[in-house]
Design a protein around this ligand. Structure first.
Ligand SMILES: O=C(O)CCC(=O)C(=O)O
Length: 296
């Protein structure tokens, strides 16, 4: 679905200014969007994941661990497909006002693609290098976005998500290096050409929501502060956007309709872009991919 068609539907949860900002800049921040009750529910789910992870000594298809993770001091980098492992997270996505906000920028028919929970622990939580999401999961049209829910307050020292305004209207960059190895980030020459001084840090109190289009260039710094930065991420699309490649983060909810109805027609936008590696066997996380750790 194209922006003009989406905007013809009345707003449900966002203001028209916020919807316009998403389409013009390629991202938007919804400060304090999630209410206290939902936030408490999500934090309980996160605490359960952290408890579960204590017994692990290596990453697996669900839990991606930082190298210094221990039972006494758990350091999870990511939980893949958290909705599949805690039903309160799926209920949050489908029953809270977040689903209405997704419809505001994706159109009335909204489809789930994937979910993950990125921790970015205090004192060293890993950085995420500049990248676009489209090269990871190209779709037939560009009505695809990632939305993030900050579960703690997030300021500049916690490594907030940063987006480059307008970059969703520019080039889709190669995320392979010169030798053809997947890097999961833009090449050094592209990185050097980015005007990162214009990047906007998306920060706010716990419960603030970020949304960025899958073509928007984004990154986040290491978290060297004393506070963790758990960020619950959902990727969703218009129902008529079809993925070209296999889903690396397996989920029983893949392609489930969150709002509205399934598409009767696929919508294609023209373009030629490189396909990601074959991840039909799955992968652990962007952190592991950018650091070139062995696939799990
Ligand atoms: O956690 C973050 O700061 C960014 C995550 C991200 O960009 C991703 O997982 O694709």
């Amino acid at each position: 679905m194209l922006a003009e068609e989406i905007l013809r539907h009345p707003a449900r949860a966002m203001t028209d200014t916020q919807r316009r900002a998403y389409f013009d800049e390629g991202f938007v921040l919804l400060p304090s969007f999630v209410d206290g009750a939902w936030l408490a529910t999500l934090r309980s789910a996160v605490a359960r994941f952290v408890e579960e992870s204590r017994s692990l000594t290596r990453s697996d298809s669900i839990y991606d661990l930082e190298p210094d993770h221990t039972a006494q001091a758990p350091r999870l980098r990511r939980v893949s497909s958290p909705c599949d492992h805690d039903e309160t997270i799926w209920r949050f996505l489908t029953e809270s006002p977040l689903a209405e906000a997704l419809a505001d920028v994706l159109g009335p028919d909204v489809k789930f693609y994937q979910a993950k929970l990125n921790f970015k622990w205090a004192k060293g939580g890993a950085e995420v290098a500049w990248h676009q999401d489209q090269p990871f999961f190209p779709h037939t049209n560009h009505a695809v976005l990632t939305c993030g829910v900050y579960l703690n307050d997030c300021g500049p020292e916690q490594g907030p998500l940063m987006c480059l305004p307008g970059s969703h209207k520019g080039e889709i960059h190669d995320h392979y290096d010169e030798s053809g190895t997947w890097r999961g980030e833009v090449r050094a020459d592209v990185r050097a050409s980015l005007d990162v001084g214009r990047a906007v840090e998306l920060m706010g109190p716990a419960g603030s929501v970020t949304m960025h289009n899958y073509r928007t260039l984004h990154a986040s710094r290491q978290n060297m502060s004393d506070e963790g930065r758990p960020l619950l991420l959902f990727v969703a699309s218009a129902a008529d956007a079809m993925p070209y490649t296999a889903q690396p983060l397996k989920s029983r909810y893949e392609q489930s309709i969150i709002r509205g109805a399934p598409a009767a027609f696929a919508h294609h936008e023209p373009g030629r872009f490189r396909l990601p590696p074959d991840w039909s066997g799955g992968y652990s996380s962007i952190f592991a991919l950018q650091k070139q750790e062995a696939a799990q």
